[in-house]
Design a protein around this ligand. Sequence first.
Ligand code: APR
Ligand code: PHB
Length: 388
Amino acid sequence: MRTQVCIIGGGPSGLLLARMLHNDGIEAIVLERHDRDHVLARIRAGVLEWSSVETLDRAGVGRRMHAEGTPHGGTYLSAQNRGFRVDYEALTGKRVMVYGQTEVTHDLYDAMDAEGTPVLHGVAGVTIGNPDSDAPFVTFRHQGADRRIDCDWIAGCDGYHGVSRDTIPANVLKTFEKIYPFGWLGVLSETPPVSHELIYANHERGFALCSQRNAMLSRYYLQVALDDQIEAWSDTRFWDELRRRIPEQAADSLVTGPSIEKSIAPLRSFVAEPMRWGRLCLVGDAAHIVPPTGAKGLNLAVGDVHYLHDALTRAYAGDPAAIDRYSETALVRVWKAIRFSWWMTSVLHKFPGQTPFEQRIQEAEINLLEVSDTAKANLAENYVGLPF
Ligand code: APR
Ligand code: PHB
C-alpha cells in the first residue's frame, strides 16, 4: 500500500491528525492495535482548552461537543476544607469546555466513517522502516497477512507504550521524567455533580478533585498511596474520605451512589526530545506525559496535532521550514504545560514525609491564589491554555 502520511495509533491524536489532513486533501492511513470498542472504553479526563475546542471545530467534529459539553468560566480551589473561586473567564476572557475525551474520540471515529479514511484495527507487529530516508515505510500484520505501507511521513501517535519513540536512536533521543510518589483513585458515578464547576482540594489527608461529565454523571478523584489496592476502597470508604477533603459546603451537598468505574492511575511527568527524527514525528503521549492535575494531557496532544498538520500542509505546498521546526515549536509549549502540571501537582498533593512546614508553604501558596489577582491570573492563563 502507499499513502502520504502513515499514522500509527488510533487514539485522539492519530484520529484528529488524520481528520485534519483529510480536510486538506492529504491522504493518511491509521493503524490501531486494538479494536474500536477497546479504544472507546478508556476512561480519560474531560477538560478542553478553548484552543482545543476551536481546533475540533475547524476539523469539523465540534457539533456534539457544543450540544452536550458544558463551558466553564471558573474553577474552585480549596485548602483545609475552605474553598474559593478562580474566575478565569474574567481574568483571561477565556473558558474551558467540560466534555469527555471518550466523547471526542467517538466524534472523531464517526467523522472517519463518514469520510472513509481507513483506520485499520487489530494491527500487530508494527515496525518503522527507513525513517531517516525520503522513502520511509511501515510493516505490520493485519487479519493474518503481512502488510507494508510506503509513505512520505510517519506520525507516531501511538502513546507512551507505542513503538514510534523507541525507533529514535538512543544516541539521539533524550528523555526527562519525574514519577510522583502517589496515585489517583478515580470513581465515575451516575450522580449529579457536587458543584457546577470543578473543585481542586488540598488537604493534609491528601488531594481530591470533583469533576463531571454531565448533569447526571460525575467523576471524582482521591490521592492515594501508589501501592494502594482498589479492593481496599469500598464505595462507602471513598465517599467518606472525599467528604473529609473537600470544602464543607460541598461535603454537605455531596450526592453519593454506586461507582460504575473505579481505577487507580499513577502520576508522572515525561518528555522525549526531539519530537521528530527524519520522516518520523512524535505526537501526544508518544512524546510527553503529564500528571492529570492540570488537565493538559489531551490538550497537549491537540497542540501537537495543530503544529504537525500545519507543518505537513506547508511541506506538501513546497515549504519545508515548518516541518524543520516542528519539534522545537511543539516542545516550547509542551514544557510550559509540563511545568504547570508539575506546579499544580506540587501545590495540591500531600507528599510522603511532608513536614508541617511544607504543608504550611502549600497553604500559603493557595492563600496567595485566594487573595492575589496576579497569582490567580497566572494560574488562569495556564489553565485555559497558552496560545499555539
Ligand atoms: N501499533 C498500533 N497502535 C498502537 C501501538 C502499536 N504498536 N501502540 C499503541 N497503539 C495505539 C494504542 O492502542 C492507542 O489507541 O495508539 C493509541 C495511542 O492513544 P493514546 O494513548 O490515547 O495517546 P494519544 O492519542 O496521544 O492521546 C493522548 O490520551 O492518555 C491520554 O492524557 C492523555 O489525553 C491524552 C491523550
Ligand atoms: C476529569 O474530568 O477526569 C479531570 C478533570 C480535570 C483534571 C483531571 C481530570 O485536572
